[in-house]
Ligand binder design. Structure first.
Ligand SMILES: *Cc1c(COP(=O)(O)O)cnc(C)c1O
Length: 452
C-alpha cells in the first residue's frame, strides 16, 4: 500500500524555532522609528508588543530559539500536522510530479495562525498582561488569538475588517464563543477609526485600518498588548514549526522538495514552511525553489516597490523595509481576505531582493478552480487563501507534465475553507471576477512612500 500521510511522534515535535535572520547572507534592513528615522529599539517595540516578542523581532544572531515548554505542550494537542502525499491531485492532473502538502487546516481553529497565537499569548501572560488586542481580516488570526487568549486566561479585543465582519459572520461568532470582544473596523471607538470614517463613511476596512485601531487601543490601555498574525519577523519565527516538521516528514517519505510553495499575505506561513528548507540553500547544500503565491489584485512581491512603508493605514507602526503597494493601497474585495495586505515583511523582502525566493501572481478565478479541483481530488475544501498555493502548485505540476520531469513539489495548506462556502457558491454560480490592476494605479498608491 502506498503511504499517504506522515506523522511525527510527540518527542519529534520541534523544541526550537528556526531564526533565519541569523543565517541570511544580507541581514534585513532595520525598521525605523518614523519620527527619528533611527532603527527602532526593543523598548520602543515593547510599548505595543510584549517584551519577548520585541526581543525576538530584533534578534538577528540566534539561529535557534527555544519553544517554551507550555507552548510546545499546547502544540502537541494538534501537532504534528500531517504531511500528505496528494496522490489524488497528481492523478487528476496526470502529472509525473510528486505533490505533497502540509495540512495546517487540522489545527483546532482551522489554520496555521494558532502556531504564533499560542506563543504570543503565552509570552503576554508571563509578562503580566491581562488584555490582548489585534486585527483580523478573514477572521482566521482573530479566531486563533481569541482561543489562545482564552486558554491562557486573558481577554481578547479583536478589530475585524468590516467587509469580512459582514461577509463572514460565522468567524465573528466563533471569536465570540471563545469570549472575545469583536468590533468591525473602521469603527468610531478609536481616533484612527474616526479619522478614516470622516474622510470616507463607506470605508470597507482593510487590515491596515484594523491594525491602526488595535495598536491605538494597546497604546491607550494599561495592561494591554498588541499582537500580530503576520508580517513581523517574530511571527515568521513561530511559524517555522511547520517547515521543521515537514523537513522530518519529507525524510520519512524518502524525498526532498525541489520546490516549496505557499500563499502569501504578509508572509508568515510562507516563512514557516520555507525557511527551514531555505537554510540548506543558504549553506549551499540544496537548490530548492521557493514560490510565494500572491493574489494578482494585491501584487506587492511582483509589482510593488522596495521602500520604507508603514504596516498600517494610519501610520502608527514603525517604518518597515518592505516590498509594498503603499500603505494607502485599497486591495480589491477578493475572497482570500487573509491575502489582502499591502506589504511584505522585512525578512522576506530581503530574501526576495537577494533572489532566494520568487513571487507568483494568481488570479481569483484560477485560485478557485484549483481549490475545487483539489477538493474533488483530496476531499478537503481549502481556504481561498490556500487555493492560491494550490493554483501555483497546479501550474508547476502541469509544467512538469509538459517536460516529463517528476519534480517533488511541497505546498502549505494553510487552512480549510468550511467558513468560506459563500465564496465557493459565488464561484460555482459564475459570479466571481478577476481584478486587474494598472501600472498607473500602482504608481499612484506608492507615490507617498520612500524608496530604499
Ligand atoms: C492569514 C492567512 C493566510 C495569509 O497570511 P500569511 O501571513 O501570509 O501566511 C493564508 N492562509 C490562511 C488560512 C490564513 O488564515
Amino acid at each position: 500500500m502506498k503511504q499517504k500521510r506522515f506523522f511525527l511522534s510527540e518527542d519529534q515535535i520541534p523544541e526550537k524555532w528556526y531564526n533565519i535572520a541569523a543565517d541570511m547572507p544580507n541581514k534585513p534592513a532595520p525598521m525605523l522609528n518614523p519620527k527619528t528615522k533611527e532603527p527602532v529599539t526593543e523598548d520602543e517595540l515593547s510599548e505595543i508588543f510584549c517584551r519577548e516578542c520585541s526581543r525576538q523581532e530584533l534578534n538577528v544572531t540566534d539561529r535557534w530559539i527555544d519553544i517554551p515548554g507550555e507552548v510546545r505542550e499546547k502544540y502537541c494537542y494538534y501537532r504534528s500536522t500531517p504531511l500528505v502525499r496528494a496522490y489524488g491531485l497528481e492523478e487528476a492532473l496526470g502529472t509525473p510530479a510528486h505533490i505533497y502538502f502540509k495540512n495546517e487546516s487540522v489545527s483546532p481553529v482551522g489554520s496555521h495562525k494558532l502556531n504564533s497565537a499560542l506563543a504570543q499569548a503565552w509570552y503576554c501572560k508571563q509578562e503580566g498582561v491581562r488584555n490582548v488586542t489585534t486585527e483580523t481580516g478573514a477572521g482566521q488570526w482573530g479566531t486563533a488569538l481569541s482561543y489562545a487568549a482564552r486558554i491562557f486566561g486573558m481577554e481578547a479585543a479583536v478589530y475585524q475588517v468590516k467587509i469580512s465582519y459582514e461577509q463572514k459572520p460565522y468567524r465573528r461568532s466563533i471569536m465570540q464563543v471563545f469570549g472575545a470582544q469583536v468590533t468591525p473596523s473602521p469603527s468610531m471607538s478609536t481616533r484612527a477609526g474616526k479619522d478614516i470614517l470622516t474622510v470616507n463613511p463607506n470605508h470597507q476596512g482593510s487590515l491596515g485600518t484594523a491594525i491602526s485601531e488595535a495598536v491605538e487601543l494597546a497604546r491607550m490601555t494599561p495592561d494591554c498588548k498588541y499582537t500580530l498574525g503576520s508580517t513581523m519577523s517574530h511571527v515568521s519565527l513561530h511559524q517555522t514549526v511547520i517547515g521543521l516538521e515537514a523537513e522530518k516528514q519529507m525524510e520519512m517519505a524518502g524525498e526532498y522538495p525541489d520546490e516549496v510553495i505557499a500563499c502569501f499575505g504578509g508572509g508568515s506561513n510562507f516563512s514557516g514552511i520555507a525557511f527551514p528548507f531555505m537554510r540548506h540553500n543558504i549553506s549551499g547544500k540544496t537548490h530548492t525553489r521557493f514560490i510565494a503565491a500572491e493574489p494578482a489584485s494585491c501584487p506587492k512581491l511582483t509589482r510593488g516597490v522596495l521602500a520604507y512603508d508603514y504596516g498600517d493605514e494610519a501610520g502608527y507602526t514603525p517604518l518597515i523595509p518592505m516590498y509594498t503597494l503603499g500603505h494607502e493601497f485599497m486591495p480589491a474585495n477578493i475572497h482570500a481576505g487573509g491575502l489582502r495586505y499591502h506589504g511584505a515583511g522585512a525578512i522576506v523582502t530581503q530574501l526576495l531582493k537577494d533572489g532566494l525566493m520568487e513571487g507568483m501572481d494568481i488570479n481569483q478565478i484560477e485560485a478557485f478552480e484549483a481549490g475545487v479541483l483539489f477538493a474533488k481530488a483530496e476531499g478537503i475544501i481549502p481556504a481561498p487563501e490556500s487555493s492560491h498555493a494550490i493554483a501555483a502548485t497546479v501550474r508547476r505540476a502541469l509544467e512538469c507534465k509538459e517536460t516529463g520531469e517528476s519534480k517533488v513539489l511541497l505546498f502549505n495548506l494553510t487552512g480549510h475553507g468550511l467558513m468560506d462556502m459563500s465564496s465557493y457558491d459565488q464561484y460555482l454560480r459564475g459570479n466571481l471576477i478577476n481584478y486587474s490592476l494598472t501600472d498607473e494605479e500602482i504608481r499612484k498608491s506608492v507615490k507617498n512612500v520612500v524608496g530604499i
